[in-house]
Write a protein that binds this ligand. Structure first.
Ligand code: SAH
Length: 440
């Protein structure tokens, strides 16, 4: 494996000198796409897809696309009493069912039509992969037009997190991310986004998600996840929650490039049952490459959701190559917007930082990151390094353990709270950046 193709200046012999190898003795690997090419625009900047094509077909309208008053209105238009909309909402959001046979409170002759109108199938399960211990499940879904998306369900000691997709593909073209390499097919609808949760809840209720092993629980203590405030405090540890408690928009897609549908989906998550799922907004994390105007809009929503910025480099020179959208909004602008999010909402924000060997893991970058964060204030931010999920045989390799420790120690030495994120689901290609839906 060659990790030094762009960095002839440095011998690799210093590699063994633990614990902390000095930056001067380490190469600087330059990011580059492998096996695909970043299209460039006439302005010399990467050509990214911020919107779907106008011609793209939309999935059928679903109850989850509508507010409860809109559903009632629709039921009346179809000649039904308004309360049928509420009954259907209970079935979907509280019993997690779209099966007319189970809807015994509806007149038998109306069930099929009501289900056709309000609960058309959105996500068809193509494949499901479980880790050996059964505490992590990756779902592969086919949508009405054949598009494929994935979600990953993870049971922890006292929370259940679902990592959901918001777009079919992604237009942000980050060279280290499996989803980014095939471009954007289309935005997912609100109903498609929400149905990932309802289907996951259905699997949980059916007993299909096992408890984590003791080893995994021990690991959680030091590798805390995101949005932990939403733990189901009242429930006993032995059983844990029986439905998804935490959502991370860290599956396929750039959620802020599908703003309206994503925000509608967030409303469905937090709306009281049966209008929605009645989840806590604090347990929902939206992660972005840094679409600055959309971050500002999100801050103005007045919802206590958790915000995460995928920074991955504090300096523009590297971030320009790592996160192509940095050609529009620079690292400092993205950090400013994250700080504004904190100021407006009072919610501490997360900075995501995938540690990539000899690329962004140098000690000076940890120092620079800490300085940039501290320059805006204290106590407003939390850094979440995560070892890169590697592409074998490429420059995309995760940092060595001693380098990872050193990176974290440097941030902590400057007073920045830092938690190494876990990489659940690796063995089933369900970990961050590995979601590249295919049927093979
Ligand atoms: N588009 C959004 C959300 C999707 S990805 C975003 O970029 O934030 C969720 C997180 O996984 C992001 O921080 C992303 O940078 C990270 N990620 C992508 N590929 C990865 C990989 N190979 N290893 C580790 N993290 C990765």
């Amino acid at each position: 494996m060659s990790t030094s193709s762009n960095t002839p200046q440095t011998p690799r012999a210093t590699e063994q000198s633990s614990p902390a190898r000095q930056d001067e003795a380490r190469p600087q690997v330059i990011p580059k796409p492998e096996g695909w090419k970043q299209p460039m625009g006439p302005d010399g900047r990467p050509q990214l897809q911020f919107a779907q094509s106008q011609r793209v077909k939309q999935p059928p309208q679903h109850l989850a696309d509508m507010t409860l008053p809109e559903r009632i209105q629709r039921a009346k238009e179809l000649g039904y009493p308004g309360f049928r909309a509420k009954q259907l909402s209970v079935h979907y959001f509280q019993h997690y069912t779209s099966d007319p046979a189970q809807m015994t409170d509806l007149p038998a002759g109306t069930r099929d039509e009501l289900v056709n109108e309000f609960l058309p199938p959105l996500l068809t399960e193509v494949r499901r992969l479980r880790t050996d211990d059964g505490a992590t499940i990756k779902f592969l879904w086919r949508l009405f037009d054949g598009a494929l998306v994935e979600s990953v369900l993870m049971r922890y000691r006292n929370r259940i997190t679902l990592c959901i997709s918001s777009q079919c593909g992604c237009g942000m073209n980050c060279p280290f991310c499996a989803t980014g390499q095939n471009g954007l097919t289309r935005n997912m609808s609100t109903g498609e986004i929400v149905d990932q949760i309802v289907q996951a809840n259905r699997a949980i209720v059916a007993g299909e998600l096992d408890a984590p092993t003791a080893a995994e629980i021990a690991e959680e203590a030091d590798h805390a996840g995101l949005g932990e405030e939403a733990e189901f405090a009242g429930e006993v540890e032995r059983t844990g929650p029986q439905r998804v408690s935490n959502i991370v928009f860290m599956g396929m897609g750039e959620p802020l490039a599908n703003y309206k549908r994503v925000m509608n989906a967030v409303h469905r998550m937090v709306d009281d049952a049966p209008e929605g799922l009645g989840m806590s907004a604090r347990g929902i994390t939206i992660s972005t490459v840094g679409l600055v105007p959309a971050i500002r809009k999100l801050a103005a929503e007045d919802l206590p959701i958790t915000f995460a910025l995928s920074l991955h480099a504090p300096d523009d020179e590297l971030r320009d190559e790592l996160i192509p959208v940095n050609s529009r909004w620079k690292a400092d602008e993205a950090i400013d917007a994250a700080y504004e999010y904190y100021e407006k909402t009072g919610r501490r924000v997360s900075i995501e930082y995938a540690l990539i060997k000899d690329m962004n893991d140098h000690g000076w970058r940890a120092d620079l990151l800490a300085d940039k964060l501290n320059a805006r204030g204290r106590g407003w931010v939390h850094v979440n390094p995560i070892p890169l999920n590697p592409t074998p045989g490429s420059i995309w390799t995760s940092s060595e353990p001693d380098i990872t420790r050193e990176f974290i120690a440097r941030l902590e030495a400057k007073g920045v709270p830092t938690t190494l994120r876990d990489t659940r689901g690796k063995e089933i290609d369900g970990a961050c950046g590995q979601l590249a839906a295919s049927e093979d």
